[in-house]
Design a protein around this ligand. Structure first.
Ligand code: CA
Length: 252
């Protein structure tokens, strides 16, 4: 035993000094002052941030770069935010997407979640909350070596298998893709299989919403999307079970 070759003890000091990979964020926002404000807030929080001022420019930058997350405005010149999001998901681009918009109607929120957005914030917003929500998203599911993914593979009774590390579902010889947020939810349900998970639990622990009274529809729309991908019959779900008036329970 040569003590000099031993890995350093897992102390707080070594944790803090471990070089963390800088996360890259793209801000797509046509209001230039706001875009720069967001970029500064993100840079201050330790991210590397780029800015695009219209939808086409944003899509181009996503294609040429590896971003960890996109902060996406909806009302943009040219290709709008929703079209940009759809184009990304059509290309199987699974970057996390945080919508940041003045559009606060539920129909807009639902449209975006259906198109594969991971989170939705309305303007006016607090930059601190934006950073907190981005951190919550990036903390989870970013690396297969991450201890937050103890269950990379789930085999379902209907022959469907879920690879949480790759965010893939293998079903009838086909591969479907999960969005990062769907992966987070599934992982959370599986980890908490012995209890009923409420919408508030999900909003607090998966979305990191500080005020989980808002936007419980957010959860429902994601559950619908997940069921469509994994349930044998999404109309009669058996894997993600509804517990009336309470929330959801994972079957196992
Ligand atoms: Ca705008």
């Amino acid at each position: 035993m040569n003590p000099e070759n031993q890995a350093p003890e897992d102390t707080e000091e070594t944790n803090n000094s471990a070089p963390a990979e800088t996360k890259r964020i793209l801000v797509v926002e046509d209001e230039r002052t706001l875009a720069l404000g967001i970029r500064d807030a993100l840079t201050h929080a330790g991210f590397e941030a780029d800015v695009a001022h219209d939808g086409d420019g944003g899509l181009e930058m996503c294609t040429g770069n590896e971003y960890d997350l996109i902060v996406l405005d909806l009302m943009l010149p040219g290709r709008n935010g929703l079209e940009l999001l759809k184009a990304l998901r059509q290309k199987n681009h699974r970057v996390r997407v945080m919508i940041l918009t003045a559009l606060a109607e539920e129909s807009h929120v639902l449209q975006c979640f259906e198109a594969g957005a991971d989170d939705y914030m309305t303007k006016p917003f607090s930059p601190r909350e934006l950073v907190a929500r981005i951190n919550a998203q990036l903390r989870r599911g970013t690396s297969t070596a991450d201890a937050s993914i103890p269950i990379p593979q789930i085999d379902l009774p209907n022959g469907v298998s879920v690879d949480l590390a790759r965010l893939e579902i293998h079903r009838d010889g086909n591969t479907l893709l999960l969005t990062p947020r769907e992966g987070d939810i599934l992982e959370y349900l599986v980890q908490n299989h012995n209890k009923v998970v409420t919408r508030e639990d999900l909003l607090r622990d998966v979305w990191n919403y500080r005020n989980p009274n808002v936007a419980t529809r957010t959860v429902d729309i994601h559950i619908v999307g997940l069921r469509r991908k994994i349930e044998p019959d999404p109309a009669e779900p058996t894997l993600i079970q509804t517990v009336r008036g309470k929330g959801y329970r994972w079957y196992a």
